[in-house]
Design a protein around this ligand. Structure first.
Ligand SMILES: Nc1ncnc2c1ncn2[C@@H]1O[C@H](COP(=O)(O)OP(=O)(O)OP(=O)(O)O)[C@@H](O)[C@H]1O
Ligand SMILES: [Mg+2]
Length: 362
């Protein structure tokens, strides 16, 4: 009986060993073939081993890593302290996730996403793992994308200014002359012909409406300078001007303590507001529009709601008829934000939200 038990124990231990071997082999394969660079250090931050991806990324040999502290080797010139603090945090048993710059053996600086993972076995810190993902290319692509978007925005901005100027300087002036001529014509007709007088008056009314629309369009196309003032006064002014020109009553609810944001954020909010107001004027038939703007929990939110007519939701969803809604959405999404449009029988609501990173946007 005793022999039988010990035999069972032996076979169980053999199968446990086999299991452990299989797991070890699998982990070894993952380590060897991982496209992500991994380095293992002991509890005193001494090099133990690294995978081929780590050598491919930083180009140091195992001998060099054994001879020198890893932070000294791969920290970029002005990141030695940051790298050291990161190591100390992991050596205290905390996980770390950050994005930083490190240096390759040839001196080239790489952008890396770093995970620092403490290796704790049975409650004891045996060492640490550093996992490095090279994100240099990704960052370059992001920067190029941002630059392109910026160029596109600038070009659009410039084009709008030009169109606004042209509308103001030529079409508006021509309409003024037309109005003047119609006034003269009306005087010349006098009381002689009531039908003709009626037609002249009607034509004059149309010309007046045209000039008022052109003034509105030109104002909306030509943004005031955001640079010095910030959103709060500019939005208030835009609202007042819009009310004057469109005859649509505006109610305003702007957070009192709304601070300043990065230019790109302020311009985006302003542009989205312009388009939303232009849509209210063109499509809603609403007598009133409600604006609110506030910042909370890292988000800047703008809501524009009207009490106008309902359109087919497909128009709003697919942006089939214009570039306005899709333009607003793209602008917001480029900055990590989003746009939502809602319609009820009471009108249309446009909700735009942008994430605010106070450290970079203040
Ligand atoms: N406030 C609103 N009230 C009613 N319908 C609206 C409103 N805003 C947008 N829409 C509908 O959504 C459609 C898409 O709007 P969008 O701004 O994309 O295009 P547009 O205003 O027709 O043209 P543009 O390209 O000049 O902006 C509009 O044509 C209209 O049918
Ligand atoms: Mg539009």
């Amino acid at each position: 009986m005793r022999d039988l038990v010990s035999l069972e124990a032996v076979s169980e231990s053999v199968s446990l060993d086999a299991n452990a071997n299989t797991i070890a082999a699998r982990l070894q394969a993952l380590f060897e073939h991982s496209p992500v660079a991994i380095v293992a250090l002991d509890h005193e931050h001494r090099f133990v081993m690294c995978n081929p991806a780590f050598i491919a990324l930083f180009q140091f040999t195992q001998e060099e890593m054994l001879a020198t502290d890893i932070d000294q080797l791969i920290a970029a010139p002005d990141t030695t302290n940051e790298a050291r603090n990161l190591s100390l945090t992991v050596l205290r048993g905390e996980k770390v996730h950050t994005v930083a710059q490190r240096r390759r053996k040839d001196g080239m600086i790489v952008d890396v996403e770093i995970y620092g993972i403490p290796l704790i076995v049975d409650g004891i810190l045996n060492g640490v793992y550093g996992v490095y993902q090279d994100i240099t290319e990704r960052n370059h692509a992001k920067t190029a994308y941002k630059q392109l978007s910026q160029m596109l925005n600038d070009a659009q901005h410039e084009e709008r200014r030009r169109v606004a100027r042209d509308l103001h300087d030529s079409t508006s002036q021509e309409l003024a002359v037309l109005n003047w001529n119609l006034t003269m014509l009306s005087k010349m007709v006098g009381d002689r012909d009531a039908t003709l007088q009626g037609m002249v008056a009607q034509t004059k009314e149309i010309a007046l409406q045209c000039s008022s629309r052109i003034r509105s369009a030109s104002y909306l196309l030509h943004p005031p300078l955001l640079g010095n003032e910030g959103l709060q006064p500019i939005v208030s002014r835009l609202a007042t001007e819009f009310e004057l020109r469109s005859g649509i009553h505006v109610t305003l609810d702007i957070q009192d303590s709304l601070g300043r944001f990065a230019d790109v954020i302020e311009i985006t909010v302003f542009r989205v507001l312009q388009e939303a107001l232009a849509n209210v004027m063109r499509h809603s038939g609403s007598p009133v529009v409600h604006l609110s703007l506030w910042e909370q929990s890292g988000w800047l939110t703008l809501i524009v709601s009207d009490e106008g007519r309902k359109v087919a939701m497909a128009n709003l969803k697919n942006d089939r008829t214009g570039v306005g809604v899709s333009g607003m959405r793209e602008r917001l999404e480029q900055l990590g934000g989003h746009l939502r449009m809602e319609q009820t029988n009471d009108g249309t609501t446009v909700i735009s939200a942008l994430p605010i990173d106070r450290e970079t946007n203040a």
